[in-house]
Design a protein around this ligand. Structure first.
Ligand SMILES: Nc1ncnc2c1ncn2[C@@H]1O[C@H](COP(=O)(O)OP(=O)(O)O)[C@@H](O)[C@H]1O
Ligand SMILES: [Mg+2]
Length: 282
């Protein structure tokens, strides 16, 4: 059975006003349940591309389809039921005086009963670990917590696809992992995830596929391992693979494969190589 793409981008070109194109003839598809990292240097066009998925931008030419429907024929409110978008700066998304009101806001446009709104709000706050802050003024929270309020607002809408624009930028390691673990669970529960990041260790840890954007064009689209094992691709974007991948590549002639993504994997390889060597000498 052929699976319908969740997002299909076909020869997408976009320019702001009469300026030069910032996205140039982009094509790709995402399947249901994928977890994709969108990477590229500043100004590459990542945010501009992502805003096509929820109708904030419409193609100058080419097409964007969500669940097979051309976005130019859909209202932003219709797209909001299909694609949730967590903006880079949560403060641009937060308007209400309590966390619960903020999370409930989008639901009011869905014509749900009051009870369902309350249930969805409570479930979303629980999922992001903010239940105890339901009555807190959002701007009294930390940046990481505010990012989780923005994420809860998106979760409450129960969209199949969730796009996160640099969800961990400006946050410490603990807060970044907290957000990304929520994202991981969402993906495990079947949501299609696209996250934009500059942090290659998060890409290695959480994404399975990576789309590399460079000056408005797709430079690479593949599984994380193969893209990270090709340093010339990342070099063009001024991004570096995680240090552990660099180390593995340098140790290539010592039987270490060049596409190691994590410390645990590296450790297990070393143990295996060592035991094989001991085995062959005994
Ligand atoms: N509102 C805008 N008006 C004009 N140009 C813009 C606007 N927003 C972004 N750009 C330009 O579009 C290009 C891509 O920007 P953006 O999508 O924000 O990149 P990224 O998210 O990869 O950093 C950049 O050259 C940027 O200066
Ligand atoms: Mg951006």
């Amino acid at each position: 059975m052929q699976r319908k793409p969740r997002i299909k981008v076909e020869n997408l070109t976009y320019h702001y006003g009469s300026g030069p194109p910032v996205l140039k003839n982009i094509s790709f598809e995402t399947g249901k349940g994928e977890c994709i990292a969108l990477i590229g240097q500043n100004g590459a066009g990542k945010t501009t591309l992502a805003k096509h998925f929820n109708g904030l931008h419409r193609p100058s030419s080419g097409k964007v389809y969500i669940d097979g429907i051309d976005t130019t024929s859909m209202k932003v409110s219709e797209l909001a039921r299909k694609v949730g978008f967590v903006f880079q700066n949560p403060d641009h998304q937060i308007f209400h005086d309590t966390v619960a009101r903020e999370v409930a806001f989008g639901l009011k446009n869905l014509r749900l009963s009051r009870r369902e709104i309350e249930e969805r709000t409570a479930a979303a706050l629980e999922a992001v670990g903010l239940t105890e802050h339901c009555r807190t003024y959002p701007f009294n929270l930390s940046k990481g917590q505010r990012q989780r309020v923005a994420l809860a607002s998106v979760l409450a809408m129960r969209t199949e696809t969730i796009v996160l624009d640099e969800p961990t930028t400006g946050q410490d390691f603990r807060e970044s992992v907290q957000i990304m673990e929520i994202v991981r669970k969402l993906n495990e529960n079947g949501h299609t995830i696209i996250f934009i990041t500059h942090d290659m260790s998060l890409v290695a840890r959480y994404a399975r596929r990576v789309l590399v954007l460079c000056r408005g064009e797709i430079l690479a689209d593949g599984d994380v391992r193969s893209v990270f094992a090709a340093p010339e691709i990342l070099k063009k974007t001024y991004l570096r693979p995680p240090q552990i991948t660099n180390l593995a590549r340098r140790l290539g002639r010592h039987s270490i494969p060049p596409d190691v993504l994590g410390v645990r994997e590296f450790y297990e390889l070393l143990v295996k190589i060592r035991s094989e060597k001991i085995g062959c000498c005994s």
